[in-house]
Design a protein around this ligand. Structure first.
Ligand SMILES: Cc1cc2nc3c(=O)[nH]c(=O)nc-3n(C[C@H](O)[C@H](O)[C@H](O)COP(=O)(O)OP(=O)(O)OC[C@H]3O[C@@H](n4cnc5c(N)ncnc54)[C@H](O)[C@@H]3O)c2cc1C
Length: 469
């Protein structure tokens, strides 16, 4: 029997109002599970034929592949670490070393390259730090200043005296920024480069991320293949129209991705207040912003045993956010598998109109140019398309040049006492992560509980609320 994660220990099952949750990603499932266990009557409506949303663990290549989230970022500080520990899910901390580039046919550790290019790296670091401080202080002092990450380093890249290695490494760094934030570097605000994000290590949940959503979904009524088309709210309650019929409830929590919310495929009656539309428009999501993955299975391992990441320096390819790093997945899957990423303008174009084979061929060209030992054709591959996916319309939120800190707070506010928004894009601190989905789901559940049950709550017993050790 599922453990009870109630917000209010005395409430009895099914005695509290009816709640509909739209979306069975981590945010929707967290909200649903907490409210269900507290005594609310909860139904989750999910458009897809599966739960998890952007957590998508599959066996596509005959081995376990994460096609959405794979990392628990900053595991030492991440509530998911405590949750995994509670659920008996082991975490793998990949070794720090093992990242190599091939320069003129020679294998060089990334750390050596950074040392060789230290003057350019230091100058870029200073430029970024200066613009970052100016932007952060500017916002605090009421004198907003904003600049994109690309704009902050472009003057340096244009400098004709910059040695080629320094230029290659800085361009590679911009490609990494595009991969991490899932957006073109000229769209990402400098304020995203919060140095606190560098604390801690990334960990992989062994056995797959899907285990977390499956555990969260235990005991909850979930209707799959049920896309929501309209939400109508009046003083009597909430009416939710789906392709499969109409449901009524007292409260609705909408956790669909920001791209879906913006697209208007779900209509709201009355419409969402204009402040929500302004906030949704300013927070970065979709458009030309995407992070896609390619998983490739090879006939045999051809990269060295001690190499966990292959760095592709950009003089070997043209588009900065694509194929910059190739990650060894053999230690997780047991098979000769590599994973690489696509982000930036070219990635968005490929997502919309590129054939899988062409995308893979372009990636292999980069890998073959970067890795001199000969790269065989893969026996199988999978390319994601999160931008064209109608239930996602992008990968995750990012802080755009011009996003205002208040935008996230607007989306967190309940609309009246019947409509609540959750999902990673509503979490100011951790947007773009599974952690954000989890905490936004918890926030929405607590808001509903406070408004529809009582202000007393107890959350310390929730396993993700214990400090990771
Ligand atoms: C390629 C990629 C890599 C990532 N890597 C990481 C990582 O390593 N670590 C990390 O922490 N995060 C990562 N993320 C981000 C993370 O996956 C998300 O932030 C998180 O899973 C979002 O959860 P959510 O519940 O907010 O949204 P979702 O998981 O998107 O859930 C929303 C649900 O709503 C459903 N839905 C949409 N429209 C409708 C409708 N009309 N009716 C009913 N249902 C609807 C969707 O199908 C979906 O199931 C990655 C994301 C991507 C795309």
């Amino acid at each position: 029997m599922a453990e009870r994660w109630s917000l209010h220990p005395e409430a009895s099952a099914g005695s509290l109002p009816k709640v509909i949750v739209v979306g069975a990603g981590i945010a929707g499932l967290t909200a649903a599970r907490l409210l269900h266990d507290t005594g609310f009557q909860v139904t989750v409506l999910e458009a897809r034929a599966r739960i998890g949303g952007r957590i998508w663990t599959t066996q596509r290549l005959g081995v376990q592949c994460e096609l959405g989230a794979s990392w628990i970022h900053r595991a030492e500080f991440n509530p998911l670490t405590s949750l995994c520990r509670h659920l008996g899910i082991s975490l793998l901390l990949p070794a720090e070393r093992g990242t190599y580039a091939w320069v003129n046919g020679h294998r060089v550790p990334l750390s050596d390259l950074v040392w060789q290019a230290r003057r350019g790296v230091a100058r870029a670091g200073l430029a970024l730090a200066w613009h970052y401080m100016r932007a952060v202080l500017g916002w605090r002092l009421g004198r907003p200043y904003d600049i994109s990450v690309a704009a902050a380093v472009t003057p340096l890249l244009r400098n004709g005296h910059l040695p080629p290695l320094d230029r290659a490494l800085l361009t590679w760094g911009l490609g990494m920024v595009e991969s991490i934030f899932g957006a073109p570097a000229d769209q990402i605000t400098i304020r995203s480069l919060d140095p606190r994000e560098l604390r801690g290590h990334n960990a992989l949940p062994l056995g797959g991320y899907a285990q977390i959503v499956e555990a969260m979904a235990e005991g909850v009524d979930i209707r799959l293949n049920t896309p929501v088309e309209a939400v109508a709210i009046d003083s009597q309650g909430v009416t939710v129209h789906t392709r499969e019929g109409t449901l009524t409830a007292d409260v609705v929590i909408v956790t669909v991705p920001l791209g879906v919310l913006r697209s208007g495929v779900i209509t709201f009656d009355p419409p969402l207040p204009s402040s929500y539309h302004h906030a949704m428009r300013r927070i970065g999501y979709g458009g030309d912003a995407v992070l896609n993955k390619i998983w490739l299975r090879f006939p045999a391992r051809f990269w060295p045993e001690d190499c966990q990441r292959i760095v592709a320096l950009p003089d070997q390819h043209l588009c900065s956010g694509c194929f910059v790093t190739w990650i060894d997945k053999q230690h997780v899957t047991g098979a000769p598998v590599l994973e690489t990423f696509l982000s930036g303008y070219r990635a968005a174009q490929w997502d919309r109109e590129g054939a899988d084979e062409d995308v893979v061929e372009a990636g292999l060209r980069v890998l073959r140019a970067s890795f001199p030992g000969g790269v065989p054709d893969p026996v199988d591959f999978f390319v994601t398309r999160w931008l064209s996916d109608p239930w996602t319309r992008g990968s995750f939120a990012y802080e755009h040049v011009g996003t205002r800190p208040v935008d996230w707070q607007v989306l967190q506010r309940p609309v009246g006492n019947r409509l609540f928004l959750a999902g990673e894009a509503t979490d100011q601190e951790n947007y773009g992560t599974v952690e954000a989905g989890l905490l936004s789901g918890e926030r929405a559940a607590r808001d509903v509980h406070r408004l529809w049950c009582c202000p007393r709550e107890h959350i310390r017993h929730l396993p993700w609320r214990r400090l990771p050790v």
